[in-house]
Design a binder for this molecule. Sequence first.
Ligand SMILES: C[C@@]1(CC(=O)O)C2=NC(=C\c3[nH]c(c(CCC(=O)O)c3CC(=O)O)Cc3[nH]c(c(CC(=O)O)c3CCC(=O)O)/C=C3\N/C(=C\2)[C@@H](CCC(=O)O)[C@]3(C)CC(=O)O)/[C@H]1CCC(=O)O
Ligand SMILES: NC(=O)c1ccc[n+]([C@@H]2O[C@H](COP(=O)([O-])OP(=O)(O)OC[C@H]3O[C@@H](n4cnc5c(N)ncnc54)[C@H](O)[C@@H]3O)[C@@H](O)[C@H]2O)c1
Length: 220
Amino acid sequence: MLYPMNVDLTGCLVIIIGGGAVAERKVRGVLAAGETAFVRVIAPEITAQLRTSVDDGRIEWHSVCYTYGMLEGAFLVYAATDSATINAKVAAEAKERGILVNVIDDPSASSFQIPSSVRRGNFLLTVSTGGRSPALSHAVRMELEQLYPASFGVWLDCVARLRREMWTMLPTSRERTEFWRMALRPHILNMVHDGELEKAEVELRNAALDIGAKSSDSSD
Ligand SMILES: C[C@@]1(CC(=O)O)C2=NC(=C\c3[nH]c(c(CCC(=O)O)c3CC(=O)O)Cc3[nH]c(c(CC(=O)O)c3CCC(=O)O)/C=C3\N/C(=C\2)[C@@H](CCC(=O)O)[C@]3(C)CC(=O)O)/[C@H]1CCC(=O)O
Ligand SMILES: NC(=O)c1ccc[n+]([C@@H]2O[C@H](COP(=O)([O-])OP(=O)(O)OC[C@H]3O[C@@H](n4cnc5c(N)ncnc54)[C@H](O)[C@@H]3O)[C@@H](O)[C@H]2O)c1
């Protein structure tokens, strides 16, 4: 069984051995997390899309074949060539150095796997089958894209702002817990689905006032 974990790659060196179609998808995933990692692709040939990212200065490319020692300094490694033998050698070096490695043709040799994901701003949904059926992850991801529109990302920013305000408006943990339990009930989430964010925010603010008033009544 896998342990789910969301990682901040800021300032980390991510090395991808291989520059084909799958490597390109993995690079896209790393860059989608904010372009704060240093991405180095090592492969004699790379796709046109990766070449564009090199030209834009978003990634670095070493146009050589992998040899032992090239993983030094990496935080994460992808063994992403079309050769099972090379991928296994990359995995062996990564494991020896204690670096996390994803092997694109051998989930059982990987120390981490990439889930299917839907991003709505900072709202992130991920799906994994532990490598058993990426096609099933893909199908569920398509369903989630329909279920959670872009408004959820905007709503998350709003809720995060309200959460900071609630620390002062509702000073006890009991009040805040009561507030959030009530605040994110289905009818509010339905408003978010329908893009009625202002209406949802007004409801939440009214509810906070009610809870605050109730608490000050009971303490009188
Ligand atoms: C989620 C996603 C993330 C990403 O890659 O960024 C991802 N695969 C995706 C797409 C995709 N993968 C494959 C196809 C072709 C169709 C098919 O064969 O199904 C397609 C394209 C498509 O579906 O359209 C085939 C495939 N994948 C793996 C193998 C090797 C093997 O199984 O041995 C083979 C067989 C190759 C062959 O047969 O030669 C292995 C892995 N792929 C994983 C993740 C990890 C497990 C995730 C999980 O548990 O679900 C894992 C273990 C390793 C990893 O890469 O971490 C991404 C986005 C999906 C989406 O959302 O659209
Ligand atoms: N994990 C996944 O999501 C997934 C999905 C589909 C396929 N696969 C697997 O991925 C593999 C094919 O990947 P692809 O379509 O990206 O292949 P590809 O043929 O498009 O690319 C292979 C890349 O590996 C590079 N390469 C070859 N030898 C190298 C070496 N010694 N050092 C460095 N780079 C080297 C090549 O230059 C090229 O850039 C297959 O094994 C397939 O089973 C995995």
